[in-house]
Design a protein around this ligand. Structure first.
Ligand code: G3P
Length: 219
């Protein structure tokens, strides 16, 4: 199986507006060439625009655990679905929520036919989230995020343990990892450790040429 690659646009300057479109199109061009599965995790303001400009599946970077109603400044799941999202990233280290909120969002995403990807910071949290049955769980070692040092090279034992322990709880959820993934070698190492793919951000979003950067990672 080809690795699953999730590119997290975060709130980098080139995640927004015309620049965001350019990054998405550059990635799409590479994806067509190499036939890998790449997902774009974009700011909520960009979902509608980017879902019109690219065929790549779009993930929201996070929603609120609410239904429609009087919730100023909050975003319900229905809104990102309507805007064109294919899935939702939640509980990223840079935007943590509690287990009750994770449960609400994962369960509602199933009803709305949105994919759910929950980030966790350690094995214990991975096991707790596995009971909720999201489509994907991604282990991200907080200290390595944006560091250029990859989790798959720096913490192989942690990934192995995560895969082993989480599988005991739930065999269906697809397991991923992220943090500092910057080279093809990092991606290959993550797969060898038992994950099905990676989340990455800075290696692509901070590159002078994001298209070339993703090509180096997946070719
Ligand atoms: O969600 C992916 C992210 O947190 C990893 O960031 O910049 O280390 O690839 P980065």
């Amino acid at each position: 199986m080809k690795p699953l690659i999730f590119v997290n646009f975060k709130a980098y300057e080139n995640a927004f507006g015309k620049k965001g479109e350019e990054v998405a199109k550059a990635i799409e061009k590479v994806v067509k060439k190499f036939k890998v599965k790449v997902f774009l995790m974009v700011p909520n303001t960009e979902i509608y625009r980017l879902s019109k400009k690219t065929k790549l599946p779009i993930f929201s970077q996070g929603v609120d655990a609410i239904d429609y109603g009087a919730h100023t400044g909050h975003i319900p799941l229905e809104a990102v679905k309507e805007a064109g999202a294919y899935g939702i990233l939640l509980n990223h280290s840079e935007n943590r929520i509690n287990l009750k909120e994770i449960k609400f969002i994962v369960e509602k995403s199933k009803k709305l036919k949105l994919k759910s990807l929950v980030c966790v910071e350690n094995v214990k949290e991975g096991k707790a989230v596995a009971k909720i049955n999201p489509d994907f769980i991604a282990l991200e070692e907080k200290s390595l995020i944006s560091s250029g040092k990859s989790i798959s090279e720096e913490k192989p034992e942690l990934i192995k343990d995560f895969v082993k322990e989480v599988k005991k709880v739930n065999k269906k959820t697809i397991l991923l990892c992220g943090a500092g993934i910057s080279t093809k070698k990092d991606v290959v190492a993550a797969l060898k450790l038992g994950t099905k793919g990676v989340l990455l951000a800075s290696a692509v979003m901070k590159a002078n040429n994001p298209g070339k950067a993703i090509e180096e990672l997946i070719k």
